[in-house]
Design a protein around this ligand. Structure first.
Ligand SMILES: [Zn+2]
Length: 248
């Protein structure tokens, strides 16, 4: 058995508790169900990140949080299982030093936009970040028929290339990934990508053949600035709900 990589050093209990809470927050908002995961880069060691062991996100606790290197080898698994698709996270952290948190989900309203040639657009200001454009990753383009999972470093790297300089990407017949410079921003983006997708389905039904007046790129850029603060207000509310049901 290969030796485990070294830890990037200790982090606070609050950091670990917030990351565990993020799993429960995403589950409560319908972004993740029995599957899906959220990670956060180590605050002092950019070549390490943390995520929950393989379990349903609604049940995450601080004791479930595992540290990984960017090849997604566990530092301190101690018998705890890892998510098969953790490579999504490690390879994004390698490619994008500006990102510190990643959410991967199979949230249902988003998936149709990866199946049909119909772009996801920013329907309202809370989802302004979508106006920058959302790439769609089709795993079959490079790998042919697969189980659809990003389950090794090579597939993770190919996904990160598709993400490019964007903060969100769809995965054909699978799900999506939302990222941010902070845990709070990545969670906010994952939640509002799902909400926006729901609104876009309603809007398209209503619109028929009429054009949809979604945010353009410039409006998206401007409207995303207040989201950096708004995401903290949302986080305070959602974090409080987890505190009320746990003792952390
Ligand atoms: Zn997945």
């Amino acid at each position: 058995m290969s030796e485990e990589p070294k830890s990037g050093g200790p982090v606070s209990d609050a950091f670990i508790a917030d990351l565990a809470a993020a799993s429960r927050i995403l589950a409560a908002r319908g972004v993740v169900d029995a599957f899906g995961h959220v990670s956060q880069r180590h605050p002092d060691a950019p070549d390490r990140y943390f995520m929950c062991r393989a379990k349903a996100p609604a049940l995450a606790t601080p004791e479930d949080i595992i540290e990984y290197d960017l090849d997604s080898n566990a530092v301190n698994a101690e018998g705890r299982g890892s998510f098969l698709e953790r490579f999504i996270h490690g390879e994004i952290y390698k490619a994008r030093p500006d990102l510190n948190s990643v959410v991967h989900s199979h949230s249902p309203s988003v998936i149709p936009f990866g199946l049909v040639d119909c772009k996801i657009e920013a329907m309202f200001h809370n989802a302004a970040f979508l106006a920058a454009g959302v790439p769609v990753f089709d795993i079959s383009e490079k790998y042919g028929p697969t189980d659809m999972l990003v389950s090794d470093g090579d597939k993770g790297e190919t996904f990160a290339e598709c993400l490019g300089d964007k903060d969100i990407a769809l995965m054909r017949a699978h799900g999506s990934v939302a990222c941010g410079s902070s845990l709070q921003l990545a969670v906010f983006r994952a939640v509002f990508t799902e909400v926006n997708s729901r609104i876009q389905h309603w809007t398209m039904d209503l619109a028929g053949n009429k054009p949809i007046a979604s945010l353009d790129e410039e409006e998206g850029r401007l409207a995303d600035v207040p989201n950096n603060g708004a995401c903290l207000r949302a986080w305070d509310l959602w974090r409080r709900e987890v505190r009320a049901e746990t003792n952390w």
